[in-house]
Design a protein around this ligand. Structure first.
Ligand code: UDX
Length: 443
């Protein structure tokens, strides 16, 4: 089996190393020469648990081949398109990488005899696989989809931080194809790859598969905005606690406990982008998706709840020094895209506070976008002599900080637990002030 993967972001690279791990030859293509040079040396351009090990192994076994051109795709049985689809200014998905990769595939397909299936893994608006990818390839290669090559939508649901595990243990595989032959090739490929595990396969057409991805992500985003809404209500009712509410409602099998963790909102490269993309898509179709618009709006406001909590103890933040623990959009990643922490820091700067920040992994990334703040290499250095502290990412090391440690090093131990990382029981009695998202305090 020979597979080509175009676009080596989280999805493309994770898929590549997992396929290579099962002895499949993978041509890994990206137009970014720097990225290819680094990857060829066995170095991952981003941190992802377990990825480096699989990468080195894939290079050693010669199952992974990194290149900037499309020459080797001729040999492939399946060509996976995993290029990025960033947001345009209006929130719509930018399809320029999809178009250029399709043109390059079309050029190569001109001279290929065998039936290859092009699987679109990138998150794209419904209709893209057929109306853009298929059309461009047909036009340039002068070949017919279905007869000469196959095409399908095959969305990916992996999470950063557990990308390898998610790829090897998916809940389901979605194959959206408008022809039976492509579906069968993809189905056989996945059944063989996951054997002896039997992963449910959802068979549908390309446009439904594309919409499934947006529906999946916007549902999870809505679940988070929902629990954050309950948290904001709970926070204002003395004695109530959103954590207990989430535990209880999560035990209802119709709801389930996952993605019910209240906090400062969702970030990352997918949820914010995909929710705005589906809103944009619906509006273009003449429908205003009020629920999703409010999911997005709730999420945009949520980071500011931490400042509101801080202001209960420090009404005027001017010239106060505030420590922010956590820059990454979630733990176990160095990714700061759409991180709530960045929004909080910007707001603190507006209020003229002095800011210390710490993150176990994301400092280098943050230095590129944040100026005029103090980057600290230890937790102690970060909280030292500060007037208040906001926990913005629930890293394991932050969960282990004791109330005594905060008390010892901070000017006044005012702790805002934006991620429910600490024990309210211990902290409420031991620090000067402990405020947490969704925790209704008596005072
Ligand atoms: C997400 C989807 O889960 C994945 O299926 C899709 O393919 C890509 O987008 P990812 O962005 O890697 O994955 O992270 P995820 O773990 O889903 O978290 C997204 C954001 O939601 C993070 O900022 C996280 O802190 C937040 N979150 C998640 C909550 O605030 N509460 C929760 O209960 C879960």
């Amino acid at each position: 089996m020979n597979v080509s993967i175009i676009g080596l972001g989280f999805v493309g690279l994770t898929t590549a190393v997992c396929l290579a791990g099962k002895n499949i030859k993978v041509n890994c293509i990206d137009t970014d020469k720097k990225k290819i040079d680094v990857l060829s040396k066995g170095i991952s351009p981003f941190y992802e648990q377990g990825l480096s090990k699989k990468l080195s192994k894939g290079i050693k076994t010669k199952n992974l081949n990194f290149l900037t051109n499309f020459s080797l795709i001729d040999k492939s049985d399946i060509i996976i398109l995993a290029v990025g689809t960033p947001s345009n200014n209006d929130g719509s998905a930018n399809l320029s990488f999809i178009r250029s990769a399709s043109r390059s595939i079309g050029q190569r397909l001109k001279n290929v005899r065998k039936f290859q299936v092009i699987a679109v893994k990138s998150t794209v608006p419904p209709g893209t696989t057929t109306n853009i990818v298929k059309s461009i390839i047909e036009k340039i290669s002068k070949k017919d989809a279905t007869k000469d090559f196959g095409i399908c939508s095959n969305p990916e649901f992996l999470k950063e931080g557990t990308a390898i595990y998610d790829t090897l243990n998916p809940d389901r595989i979605v194959i959206g194809s408008n022809d039976e032959k492509s579906f069968k090739i993809m189905k056989n490929f996945y059944e063989k790859f996951y054997r002896p595990k039997k992963i449910p396969i959802v068979k549908t057409n390309a446009q439904t598969a594309e919409l499934i991805k947006y529906a999946n992500n916007s549902f999870l985003a809505t679940k988070i905005s929902f629990i954050n809404t309950i948290a904001n209500i709970s926070q204002r009712i003395p004695g109530t606690d959103v954590e207990k509410i989430a535990e209880a409602i999560g035990l209802d099998s119709r709801i389930n406990p996952l993605f019910l963790k209240a906090g400062l909102g969702y970030g990352g490269s997918c949820f914010p982008k995909d929710v705005t993309a589906i809103i944009n898509l619906a509006e273009k179709l003449g429908y205003s998706p009020e629920l999703l618009k409010n999911t997005h709006k709730t999420n945009q406001m949520q980071p500011l709840e931490s400042i509101k909590l801080l202001k209960k103890s420090i009404p005027n933040l001017k010239n106060k020094t505030i420590s922010v623990l956590g820059l990454a959009f979630k733990p176990n990643t160095s990714d700061i895209r759409e991180s709530v922490s960045i929004k909080i820091i910007k707001k603190l700067k507006k209020e003229k506070a002095k800011i210390n920040v710490h993150d176990p992994m994301a400092i280098d990334e943050a230095k590129i976008v944040l100026k005029g703040i103090n980057f600290c290499s230890t937790i102690k250095e970060c909280i030292q002599d500060t007037d208040g502290c906001i926990i913005a990412t629930e890293w394991e090391e932050y969960k282990k900080i004791s109330p005594q440690f905060f008390k010892k090093h901070m000017k006044k131990s005012i702790i805002i637990d934006g991620r429910r990382a600490l024990s309210p029981k211990k902290f409420t009695v031991m620090v000067d002030d402990y405020q947490a998202i969704g925790l209704g305090k008596n005072s």
